[in-house]
Design a protein around this ligand. Structure first.
Ligand code: PRP
Length: 550
């Protein structure tokens, strides 16, 4: 028999035995928690007309949706998210209702995300949406309910982070940034990429105070008083209004005795454009990504013809389940007590360890060439180090297998992972370039269809397609890329140039520069919240070393 018939698509899974029992148990607990707060369950179709999730209403780019056409020629999509769908349902069945409407749901969502990233394409969400409710009290109620539901489902070391979408929107308006600049800045602030924020703003005609505030957004987070200090830096009325609202929410949460679960981060900016007020994410030990998220979306319903302020929360059941499972294993290994660092093996790892040595963190064993050990421990500092292939470092950090990593910007750009890029270590400085024989220069100037060989297809594609608007044929190679133009496999290459000697010795030249590169410290997004003290201390100490070196 053909074994092919037994396959299932990437990003899906069969769940059986004890695992499905556990999943159903967690789902039951979550739905019951929501029902205790007066939310009524609705069941909605798995697919809808495409319009329900189109750009301004949806959360998922069109290319990431599973689309198909029905017999009538209408475009349908498997729902990538449930909030717009619930909004559609409320606008339809509760058109005249002005009292609070409380709806909860359980269902699977479908996102056609890129392959081999271990992400599910079909996953389960349990959520609750509260309509016709506009007060800070309502925001606090939703956060309280989420915390109780997650704790009840077994989440440990729960941490909820709260941001304010309207605060950033007010600052962007004041800075008169266009849509593209605003989106880029949002991405950099979200990634806590202080250096890139600084360089993006450096040549913009924005008042210095406002520039500084954007910078602060990417580095200030924690308890309420830390974030409150930022308010002295602006007199933007909209921003101050947004902050006052956050202040009211903080008082409500304090009155409920929930402050131990809460931190604030005004630089936490959602990709979901429909959020108009607070946004929040819940993290727990054992998961490298949020296990629940939500926010206020006061204008989404008007897209469906009803005016209704609203706030919602969704629990990502599969992420919660894998966190609960990993938690048990990690507890057995005591890993939650350690800071785990992934290093790109080779010269960069050695240089990084030299820097760590300057701040009192040592691990001599890592330099021992005779050992085949992969993990090295500094018991006194409670740190674990491991050496990985450079291109795998961002992966270990994104999934939380390592709390932080040190790797070249080339790898970070190529891998495109969800990470906080917190520091430029000024090590391994080089350039990403287009190189080839002098005769190829003309081909680049005239935008001809050319063949490009590279170890970095994503960087090359981004440069040629988005920056140069030139169509190219990309050929992925794994090393000694300089060979490609010599043996006529490609006309040019995109590669790293450090001293330039490899190019020189092979009769090639830098034809265009794409960007400067250096090593960066990257941090897992959950670790930065759950191990905040340890990681912030390390970052501060490393910054001090860098300052002294300058
Ligand atoms: C890198 C890069 C270039 C070379 C540039 O290769 O891909 O080939 O270094 O350095 P230079 O400007 O100082 O000559 P690497 O040594 O990593 O080997 P690989 O090409 O086999 O991957």
């Amino acid at each position: 028999m053909d074994k092919q018939i037994l396959r299932i698509p990437e990003g899906t899974k069969d769940i059986f035995g004890l695992n499905i029992k556990k999943k159903r148990e967690v789902e039951k607990k979550l739905i019951e928690s929501f029902e205790e707060y007066g939310f009524d369950e609705v069941s909605l179709p798995s697919f809808e007309f495409f319009d329900v999730f189109s750009d301004e209403r949806g959360t998922t780019p069109s290319k990431d949706m599973f689309k198909f056409v029905d017999r009538e020629g209408e475009t349908l999509v498997l729902r990538p998210d449930m909030t717009p769908q619930v909004a559609r349902c409320v606008a339809k069945y509760y058109a005249e209702e002005t009292n609070p409407i409380k709806i909860c749901y359980l269902g699977n969502t479908f996102v056609n995300n890129s392959g081999f990233r271990g992400k599910l394409k079909e996953s389960t969400q349990i959520g609750a949406e509260l309509f016709n409710a506009s007060c800070a009290k309502d925001d606090a109620l939703m956060i309280e309910m989420m915390i109780k539901a997650l704790l009840d489902a077994g989440a440990k070391k729960l941490q909820v982070e709260i941001g304010m979408a309207s605060f950033y929107k007010a600052l962007v308006k004041e800075a008169c940034l266009d849509e593209e600049e605003s989106a880029k800045l949002k991405e950099l602030i979200s990634n806590k990429n202080l250096f890139a924020v600084e360089s993006l703003l450096s040549n913009k005609a924005i008042p210095e105070g406002l520039k500084d505030l954007f910078l602060q957004l990417s580095k200030v987070f924690g308890n309420f008083s830390k974030v409150a200090a930022l308010m002295n830096k602006t007199d933007n009325i909209e921003a101050l209004k947004a902050f006052e609202r956050l202040e009211s929410l903080h008082s409500e949460l304090e009155a409920k005795g929930l402050e131990k679960y809460i931190t604030y981060d005004l630089g936490m900016l959602s990709n979901f454009d429909y959020y108009t007020g607070i946004i929040f994410r819940a993290y727990t030990e054992g998961s490298g990504e949020p296990i629940a998220a939500g926010g206020r979306y006061d204008s989404l319903l008007s897209q469906f013809g009803k005016e209704s302020p609203a706030i919602g929360v969704a629990v990502y059941v599969d992420s919660l389940l894998s966190a609960l499972e990993k938690n048990e294993q990690e507890e057995a290994k005591n890993n939650s007590d350690y800071l785990i660092v992934a290093l790109a093996k080779g010269r960069l790892a050695n240089q990084t360890m030299e820097m760590f040595k300057k701040i009192g963190i040592e691990c001599e064993e890592i330099f021992d060439k005779t050992t085949r050990k992969l993990i090295f421990v500094n018991e006194e500092k409670k740190m674990k180090f491991f050496l990985a292939k450079a291109s795998d470092v961002p992966t270990y950090v994104e999934y939380g297998a390592a709390d932080l990593g040190v790797v070249g910007l080339d790898t970070i750009l190529e891998e495109g992972r969800q990470l906080y890029e917190v520091m430029d270590l000024n090590l391994g400085k080089c350039r990403m370039c287009v190189a080839g024989p002098e005769s190829a220069r003309e081909l680049l100037q005239h935008g001809e269809l050319i063949r490009v060989a590279t170890k970095y297809p994503n960087i090359a594609k981004d440069y040629f397609v988005n920056v140069k608007h030139q169509t190219v044929e990309l050929i992925k190679l794994n090393g000694s890329v300089e060979l490609a133009p010599i043996v006529s496999l490609a006309q040019v290459i995109v590669d790293i140039v450090e001293t330039g000697s490899t190019l020189r010795e092979n009769g090639l030249k830098v034809l265009e520069e794409i960007c400067n590169l250096s090593a960066r410290m990257v941090v897992n997004q959950v670790s930065l919240k759950l191990k905040a003290d340890k990681i912030n201390e390390l970052i501060d100490n490393m910054r001090e070393v860098l300052r002294e070196q300058q």
